[in-house]
Ligand binder design. Sequence first.
Ligand SMILES: Cc1ncc(COP(=O)(O)O)c(C=O)c1O
Length: 388
Amino acid sequence: MKVADRMESIPFSGIRKIFEEVMRREKAGEEIIHLNIGRPDFDTPAHIKEAAKKALDEGKVHYSSNYGIPQLREALADKLQRENQMSYDPGEIIVTVGGNEAVFIAMMGLLDAGDEVLIPDPCWLNYFYCVQMAGGVPVSVPARQEHQFTPSIDDFRSRVTDKTKMIVINTPNNPTGAVYSTESLQALAQLAEEKDLYVLSDEIYEKMVFDGHRHVSFGSLPGMKDRTVTVSGFAKNYSMTGWRLGFVAASPVAISAMVRIHQYVTICATSFAQWGAVAALNGPQDDVAHMIAEFGRRGALVSSALQEMPGIQVAKPAGTFYIFPSITETGKSSQEMAEYLLDEAKIAVVPGHVFGDYGEGFIRLSYANSYENLEKAMASMHKALQKL
Ligand SMILES: Cc1ncc(COP(=O)(O)O)c(C=O)c1O
């Protein structure tokens, strides 16, 4: 029996393929250091777990409102005001099953067949596939290393057509670690206004910024709130990837479209997990601060080690827990380099091509691993590159 035509262009995640090869080798007894992981290596803070356990014990085990429990939407509205300088009413927020679902319902709710969406490349490839599943057309906009991986406004502008409906931005950025400057966001705001475009702003790494870099929410720029779809979540900032909790905040019209998709796909996010998220937002933030300080320390270690390696071009990351060095001078493709490092240095990295055409010539290293393992990994990577 035939499946839907639309699935022909939707592959399995490229990152999964690496994972499978690493698992095969580990089963065979090889010791591999994982620099391929897209999740914090910290436990969820204890008070968040306690709040979810309490909710379970109190019988909060039933469906919640499609939008999420009111207490969480209120806590999110407060957080968006306090931390992001955006005024959303709790009714303009949907609690979703991860940032993933938020992106999916945004594309399904806002795009018509043939609508074009400008997406910085390299990027988290889910944007491409969610656009395609919604019948839209993803359009790559190069995010170049020499411009701190922020696409220039001219590169965005030259790709706008009368079919363009949306721009996607993700800052702080997976895979590059870039944090967009206020000036670049302002230029984008002008373009969005001029061409009447939605801007989906994925801020899932919003707290992970280092060294004086500042995260600015696109929806906080003057006049942008109604055209912005803000996506974020708990996975990265609170080390809650397995809890599957995210959210989307947008104008009432956009929310009304998105909540109908959400309603028919998931009904609501897990109810007792939502009580954990209330504790995450309203409780102490020391664990988060500790985790981010540690990512800053590790990012400094990894970037200075990489800068000493032959054939590598890299700057200190501004945010997230990823670093995206260029490897073009080694003469290897990103796939060849990932395989070489797995063989020679026993480290797992993700080849840049997995993140789009403009990711070729780079590899992504995640420093969601212990400082000691990162020191070991950098030493063996250095040795491996010297052999080339
Ligand atoms: C840029 C970006 N956005 C969204 C997500 C989705 O996060 P989750 O669905 O776990 O909340 C990820 C996960 O890796 C990501 O890297």
